[in-house]
Ligand binder design. Structure first.
Ligand code: MN
Length: 434
């Protein structure tokens, strides 16, 4: 899973000229996705520079390993994600060879489509979406706002906290987000009203794609957890804080979060991420050790990911005035208190079956300072300290017309840096009263 091969060589070059030093999609990345060329149907592709390799065409031409031929012709990634990592690695090796060896150029060039103009879809049919809460700084910051003494719940350092989200409203980058309406308390001792959310927020998260699943009733051992991890994306868990605050007790988030979730549409595969595993930050002396089913020495040595995320905002006025989007949140995936392996193992530990194409959010990733907070809830202290933007406007929470873009990048010494593409969406005004 974490082994490097010739596809990761930092000096590897593609004959696709735009791939050289491409911000997101150099030859070392080769993320999988589903795209529609203008006026055509959806098919699987691999991003390379400013182009997309049509994997269905490559499979039809017999250019891919026999074991992936059928799965590569599906309109979604689920069948490919179901294959063991060895098959994904064989696919990656062949695609890398097709795009680097000039002998293949004459055959493969017609299978390249210019990415601009293609519509990117959700990469998989998402059966289930789960959101975790493993960003430790986020948990502390939010806890301080609502329960200062103590900010963390007693279970936070024992249990990778999560909840089951809504798969139907997970949408690819670019789809606008309609401001939700819901029950909101105008004042602590007033009855609720049904109104558009006044506290619409984003959450800066990493998304994790499930590859091969586990059978119902069969847990996933921690040392096998990454066999089920197929890749990652960027995830924005839009949150209506006022709806959430009134509804969340006793069962947790519901309508405050299920109206929309935006993902970056490319699956940066577990193979592409191989160079970017780093040690999990050690627990402090005061912290309990994880229970045995979540403990693995190898996971602690190389179970965190060297991925940095950055979130920018532009308001309608900023865009009209030609002002650049302003970065307001940056955090690293090393702020996760629990590793990818621990998340997968915990999710299945009671017997829950994960399935290929399931999506798991990490939870909001926040650093320790205001510039690094991964939500406006934290940045504005629940609205008390609005942020000032370059246009002079202030924001406690998102307003209609605001556009939020998250980008992410994996970097490591001696490795070619790779990106995730974009996770972008604009806020639309709430729909009229039903
Ligand atoms: Mn979340």
């Amino acid at each position: 899973m974490k082994s490097l091969d010739s596809t990761h060589a930092p000096d590897l070059k593609s004959w696709v000229a735009s791939a050289d030093d491409h911000r997101d999609f150099p030859i070392q990345n080769l993320p999988l996705g589903v795209f529609e060329p203008p006026g055509e149907d959806a098919r699987i592709g691999v991003a390379i520079g400013d182009s997309i390799l049509d994997l269905r065409a490559a499979a039809t031409a017999g250019l891919l390993p026999a074991s992936v031929q059928l799965a590569a012709r599906e309109p979604r990634l689920n069948a490919l994600l179901a294959l063991p990592a060895t098959e994904r690695r064989a696919l990656r090796a062949d695609v890398s060879r097709l795009l680097t060896d000039r002998a293949h150029e004459i055959l493969v060039r017609p299978m390249l489509v210019e990415a601009k103009g293609c519509r990117l879809r959700n990469p998989a049919s998402i059966g289930d979406y789960t959101d975790f809460y493993v960003g430790i700084n986020h948990a502390v910051n939010v806890g301080r706002l609502f329960r200062p003494d103590p900010p963390l719940m007693p279970n936070d350092k024992y249990v990778p906290i999560g909840y089951h989200g809504r798969a139907s409203s997970v949408r690819p980058s670019g789809e606008p987000v309609v401001r939700p309406r819901g029950q909101i308390k105008p004042a602590p001792d007033a009855p609720p009203v049904f109104a558009p959310s006044g506290k619409l927020d984003y959450e800066l998260e990493l998304g994790l794609w499930v590859g091969p699943g586990n059978a119902l009733g069969q847990a996933i051992p921690i040392d096998k957890a990454l066999d089920h991890f197929a890749g990652a994306c960027i995830l924005n868990d839009w949150s209506a804080r006022d709806i959430q605050a009134w509804e969340y007790q006793p069962l947790g988030p519901f309508l405050g979060k299920n109206f929309h979730t935006t993902i970056s549409p490319w699956v940066v595969t577990a193979e592409a991420l191989a160079p970017f595993w780093i040690p999990q930050p050690p627990r402090t002396a005061d912290d309990p050790q994880p229970l045995a089913y979540l403990s693995d020495a190898g996971d602690q040595t190389a179970g965190a990911l060297a991925i940095e995320l950055a979130l920018s905002i532009s308001t309608a006025r900023m865009r009209a005035g030609g002002l650049a989007p302003q970065v307001i949140s940056r955090a690293g995936a090393d702020t996760m208190y629990w590793t990818v392996a621990q998340i997968f193992t915990h999710h299945a530990s009671g017997g829950c079956n994960l399935q290929p194409g399931d999506l798991i959010g990490t939870g909001t990733l926040s650093g320790k300072t205001r510039e690094a907070f991964g939500s406006l809830l934290e940045i504005s202290s629940n609205g008390r300290q609005p942020l000032t933007l370059p246009s002079g406007e202030t924001r406690a929470f998102l307003e209609d017309g605001d556009e939020v873009v998250i980008v992410a990048r994996a970097s490591a010494p001696g490795a070619a840096s790779i990106g995730f593409g974009e996770c972008r969406a604009r806020i639309l005004a709430s729909q009229s009263e039903p």
